[in-house]
Design a protein around this ligand. Sequence first.
Ligand SMILES: Cc1ncc(COP(=O)(O)O)c(C=O)c1O
Ligand SMILES: N[C@@H](CCOP(=O)(O)O)C(=O)O
Length: 435
Amino acid sequence: MADLSLPANPEAPDVADDGVWLTCIECGHDHAPFDEIIYTCTECGGLLEARYDSYPTFDQFEGRTSVWRYSAALPFEEGVTLPEGGTPLHRVPRLEEEVGVRNLRIKHEGMNPTGSFKDRGMTVGVRVAQELGVDRLACASTGNTSAALAAYGGRAGLETLVLLPAGKVAAGKIAQAALHGARILEVDGNFDACLDRVQDLADRGEAYLLNSLNPFRLEGQKTIGLEILEEFRDDEGRFPDRIVLPVGNAGNTAALYKCFRELVAGGDLAPGDVPKLTGVQAEGAAPMVEAIREGREETRRWEEVETIATAIRIGNPVNAPKALPGIRETGGTAVAVSDDEITDAQRSLAAEGVGVEPASAASVAGLRKLRESGEVDAGEDVVCLTTGHLLKDPDAAAAAGSDPQPVPNDTDAILRHLAGQSVGGGLLGKVRSLF
Ligand SMILES: Cc1ncc(COP(=O)(O)O)c(C=O)c1O
Ligand SMILES: N[C@@H](CCOP(=O)(O)O)C(=O)O
């Protein structure tokens, strides 16, 4: 069983570099962070976690509106930045009332430079790649990781290689990876197969892997939690009760849990104030929900996965050993939602001006479901994470929205059309709305 406890007074082991090292969450073995390229424990193959000789406190964070504002919680002071982070924490009064919670806020990670939270991880990951002196970066991706890798790798002047599941990546994401200069390989297999292949390439020394299996990616993603807690506390005078987020490879869940554990260890967050981590998956790709429901410590790999939310079309979440304890220890839960529920939530968010891709809307769909079942209380303060921008998946957005209505190039005809009257032989608008 993974040991994610943090010592009260951390002491750097001999292998530490400037107060930073990597610890295996399974066997506790410590590793030097930047001497050689490792992703998992050399002793037992367990997941690694970055550790520091001190814990961050809120008073250390100041200045810049970017991930690097939180450098006291990160392995470096600066990195390749576009800049990322500083995303809005929207109020959504109509949705809040409809869902029925005391306070509902939307942390819109789609407002990052490449349109997803992956930028936060990539700014740190690419900085580590520079430290290690690698020249080719690679990832498997359902799309967003590839867009971020291409942009940040390109900015750093490094070669980038991305492996995508053929036919299952949204158009906006492929366009980004292509234009930012990545070499794109389309694999005949799903995301999990792509990750297997990219891990093989990394093991053979052909590329530096920048998926969330890389522990430094999660360091950058921790800053989502820091921003949410800081901003919510400043607005409301307290921390949120619950954070609801979509889950795919489970990196964000792991990163948020690490953020909370470090703040608790540093004394700025009382154990009783830790927000409940609540994961949402699509019904067609829900190994984490299954593991939580069945009380298992590991997920079962789903070979067949399908959902409109292609970003979370993942059957083998590599960060499950970090993320499952995160959900359980914070008193959270996990829930699966249907594609129709995701699309409904995407429409509700859009009606409040918040444009998100389907995977992101899963968080709101999950919250709705948990309110209906009574697992989330009406008195709770909830933050839903929306992870990617609407324009990432223009086809899904167009399908969820209304169709354009053709009208003649004539103002009177347009007014007749708006009044629901005939434009050249029929009640065009009304007839169209029937289909
Ligand atoms: C838009 C979007 N939302 C959610 C997720 C899931 O995040 P995680 O893999 O950290 O669970 C991903 C990618 O996995 C994503 O691209
Ligand atoms: N949704 C992800 C899947 C890969 O996740 P990662 O966090 O392990 O890189 C994507 O955008 O590719």
